[in-house]
Design a protein around this ligand. Structure first.
Ligand code: CMC
Length: 393
């Protein structure tokens, strides 16, 4: 039925042309529209990176102000949607809630499901970038039984998110600018990463003409897995399980043992065969957050730093080119910011939404775009005749 290349895991299949993100995995380089990730994280804010990913250029100050204003206009969630949350069990994983609620946005914004209209495509994009923090914060509040906190549009994107997550009625919530800046930087670091599993899922879903809300919900579902977005939660659990520096060698030995399925979470990457450039900034941000909060003796940070030292000098990790990835330090940082581990992947989804949307838009606007349809290597039975039930053994 025609020739094709068998490529499990798509390790050598290019599925699209893209102008958005460039990675050189051997050198540890990550560029968005040509700009290095460390420069974007150091000098800009998250909404600037969003603008860059969506429009291809850094905004002028007037464009930035207009963009911020347009995003801010969409931060509220329809009151009816709040009832969606209350339908979930209170111990539901926040990722399950966010995945469901984002998919349900298509039931609320019918006009934005018209993907043939460029204006509606942009409105859908802005709606999701604006509403994801509100949805994520509501999932958090629901999981701990606190009332929802409405967005405050006088705050910037990250500060407003922290406000919605941590403000409680009858108590003043003061934004700590160092922590808000760290949150913003974490969002920048997660904004896009070319054709990873969830982004490819979004593109594949979108290739059939599915509406953008449904496509992003598909991306969120894919991100949930521990080999992808769930790794930050898994990395923190692993650090906590290791517990103290003396136990590290046991876990390193387990990671190297072929018969043990255990892996060092937060290590290794399909594309980076060098230090993940995002991990360096994340490590720095981690120290800033812990310093600001006066946390001087976090045992998990101690375990993480020692584990990194040991792994970076171990023959197995050197030979297999396994370096810390972005998730290695993000769990410790997010925990210090006040998030429970079950929120970590939600924060990743929130930040990655802009990348998914930019990639989805690029695909929809590509005249060469066709429905995605991988082939398979069939290994089942050859043709055989139906056996009546009375004769089956
Ligand atoms: N600990 C121990 N050994 C490892 C690890 C690890 N974390 N990662 C890879 N290896 C070994 C693996 O056993 C294999 O050995 P061998 O060749 O002897 O069979 C070799 O390295 C190559 O691994 P692979 O699974 O074929 O590589 P991959 O490109 O399919 O997987 C990965 C990449 C990220 C899924 C994997 O490195 C992993 O499971 N890491 C832990 C989970 C993690 O931190 N994920 C976050 C990724 S970054 C954020 C994101 O993109 O979402």
């Amino acid at each position: 039925t025609g020739a094709f290349t068998y490529d499990p895991g798509f390790t050598s299949t290019g599925s699209c042309e893209s102008e958005i993100t460039y990675i050189d995995g051997d050198k540890g380089v990550l560029l968005h529209r040509g700009y290095p990730i460390d420069q974007l994280a150091e000098h800009g804010d998250f909404l600037e990176t969003c603008y860059l990913l969506l429009y291809g250029e850094l905004p002028t100050s007037a464009q930035k102000a207009d963009f911020d204003n347009r995003v801010t206009r969409h931060t509220m969630l329809h009151e009816q949607m709040a009832r969606f949350f209350t339908g979930f069990r209170r111990d539901a994983h926040p990722m399950a809630i966010v995945c469901g609620v984002v998919g349900a946005l298509s039931a609320f914004y019918h006009n934005s499901t018209d993907i043939s209209d460029p204006h509606q495509r942009m409105v859908a994009s802005l709606r999701m970038i604006a509403k994801l923090p509100t949805i994520a914060a509501m999932a958090l509040k629901y999981s701990i039984g606190q009332p929802f906190v409405y967005p405050r549009n006088d705050l910037d994107y990250a500060a407003n998110f922290l406000h919605m997550c941590f403000a409680v009625p009858c108590e003043e919530y003061k934004i700590n600018p160092v922590l808000a800046r760290a949150m913003d930087r974490i969002f920048i670091l997660h904004a896009d990463h070319e054709q990873n599993a969830s982004t490819s899922t979004v593109r594949l879903a979108g290739s059939s003409g599915a509406n953008p809300f449904a496509c992003i919900a598909a991306g969120i579902a894919c991100l949930w897995g521990p080999a992808h977005g769930g790794a930050n939660e898994a990395a923190l659990n692993m650090l906590s399980e290791i517990g103290s520096v003396e136990n590290i060698p046991t876990y390193v030995a387990r990671a190297k043992d072929k018969d043990d399925p255990f892996r060092l979470m937060g290590f290794g990457h399909r594309v980076y065969k060098n230090y993940d450039p995002r991990a360096k900034i994340m490590q720095k941000t981690c120290h800033e957050v812990l310093g600001e909060l006066g946390i001087t003796d976090d045992p998990m940070l101690e375990v993480a730093m020692e584990l990194e030292n040991i792994a970076l000098t171990d023959e197995y990790f050197i030979e297999k080119k396994l370096y810390p990835n972005i998730d290695f330090y993000s769990g410790i940082t997010l925990k210090a910011l006040g998030f429970a581990p079950n929120m970590f992947t939600v924060l990743f989804a929130l930040a990655r939404t802009v990348g998914w949307i930019a990639q989805w838009k690029e695909m929809v606007e590509d005249p060469q775009q066709r429905i995605g349809r991988p082939r398979q290597l069939y290994t089942g039975h050859t043709q055989r005749d139906y056996v009546p039930m009375s004769r089956r053994k």
